[in-house]
Design a protein. Structure first.
Length: 434
């Protein structure tokens, strides 16, 4: 399988920033606002293309070699999921066409180009999303080749949503191109969907986001400076639109998703005033944090639906560590709404701390934590005596669980980690009953 290696301007911008990120250590020590001021494309948040960062491995304790990997990955870069996202743009563009400035005409034309590219493709994986999973798979294989030298079985399970299935296919292709002798099994269906994307059963959370954070977003997110660039008469344009906020929001959504459609070569985020851009991005990040992450208001309930997924990690690891197992890897492909609760329930670094949802962006953001293609990998190591250690990777970077003591560095004894995981499953199920 071959992919086009030509990079658009946007991809070059993103890669250039990743060099800065790696060399300067930019991350969660800064607020989301600070990050966006240095790199405005971080405002794409949950829509930002995959970025792995530092892939350096610390040295494993002497005598330990990797033999098994358990994984969960969010689908890669995609199109927006819902046609209604662009309705205000399509409806409003004609109403204000005669008021557009020269620059405004260019901006709206590019936004409509992004919207038109979605026709017949809402929610589907983009070509960039396919390349992301192919590349993650190849890095996994080449980073831990000993896992696949003695074992060939790889089980892949996906959400029934097509973008996850196609992500799974591209991931498997990436591994197969490294080693054609691997033996793949592919699964999808309601049985797998039941734990890959169990879903949040607490209607109160969605009601809170809709009734509390929704009005707060409308209050915070200004568009006056954007409209001053778009229109020769911003006030008249706002009057004709009826609800100018919805028009601005549609433009922001088009700008945020455009990097995922890198074949278009469209860069809309450059046109937003930085403070207005920050407001949209922060509010979207806070909404996601409240719905499926670790907010002070809802965290215990938001992470609880990951109970069956975490139990699946335990069960499959128990089977894989048996001496006669040929399983090299268990690969799962789902959504951000599965991965975020899982990492919060596990208590992974930067995921285990609770923050008020309204100000979560001061400590946490979707750009860093859950871009397209985000993934959790548990890498299992064993020594000649049969002792098992586990290293956790989030977005391919070493991480840890502050609540439990590592054996050494970022390596945990499986017995200790397993007991912690089992206790978290029990805790989640107790919360689900409330």
């Amino acid at each position: 399988m071959k992919f086009d290696t030509n990079m658009t301007m946007l991809r070059k911008i993103i890669i250039s920033f990743l060099v800065i990120l790696t060399t300067c250590g930019l991350g969660l020590a800064q607020t989301y606002s600070d990050i966006i001021r240095e790199y405005r494309y971080a405002a794409a948040g949950v829509y930002h293309p995959y970025h792995a960062g530092d892939l350096t491995d610390s040295k494993a304790p002497r005598g330990f070699k990797p033999f098994y990997i358990s994984h969960f990955g969010r689908h890669g870069s995609r199109y927006l999921a819902h046609p209604e996202s662009y309705e205000p743009l399509y409806d409003g563009a004609g109403k204000v066409a005669d008021l557009l400035s020269e620059e405004g005409g260019k901006i709206v034309e590019q936004a409509l180009q992004v919207a038109d590219a979605h026709k017949g493709m809402y929610g589907e994986l983009t070509p960039l999303g396919a390349r992301e999973h192919y590349a993650i798979a190849q890095r996994m294989y080449n980073r831990f080749p000993s896992v696949f030298r003695s074992r060939q079985e790889v089980e892949c399970c996906a959400s029934t949503v097509r973008r996850c299935i196609i992500s799974m296919a591209n991931f498997a292709q990436g591994m197969d191109d490294c080693d054609p002798d691997l033996d793949f099994v592919f699964n999808t269906g309601d049985r797998y969907m039941a734990y890959i994307m169990k879903g949040n059963t607490h209607k109160e959370i969605k009601s809170y986001v809709r009734s509390h954070l929704g009005p707060l977003k409308r209050e915070r997110c200004g568009y006056e400076k954007l409209f001053s660039r778009l229109f020769t008469d911003p006030e008249e344009a706002a009057a004709r639109l009826g609800d100018p906020y919805k028009f601005a929001l549609a433009l922001y959504d088009a700008a945020a998703i455009a990097p995922d459609l890198d074949f278009l070569g469209v860069d809309l985020l450059q046109y937003f005033d930085i403070d207005e851009l920050i407001a949209f991005a922060e509010c979207d990040s806070d909404d996601m944090f409240a719905e499926v992450a670790n907010s002070e208001e809802w965290g215990d309930f938001a992470m609880s639906p990951a109970d069956d997924l975490l139990e699946d990690f335990i069960a499959k690891a128990d089977a894989a560590i048996l001496p006669d197992s040929g399983r090299a890897a268990d690969l799962r492909f789902g959504h951000d709404t599965g991965l975020l609760p899982l990492t919060c329930l596990l208590g992974i670094r930067e995921m285990g701390t609770k923050y008020p949802s309204e100000t979560a962006h001061d400590n946490w953001n979707t750009y860093d934590r859950i871009p397209m293609g985000s993934n959790l990998q548990m890498v299992f190591y064993r020594n000649a005596a049969g002792k098992i250690l586990v290293k956790l990777l989030y977005n391919e970077q070493e991480t840890g669980i502050p609540a439990i003591e590592p054996y050494s560095g970022n390596y945990y004894e499986w017995e200790t980690l397993r007991a912690w995981m089992a206790s978290r499953v029990e805790s989640a199920r107790a919360n689900l009953k409330k």
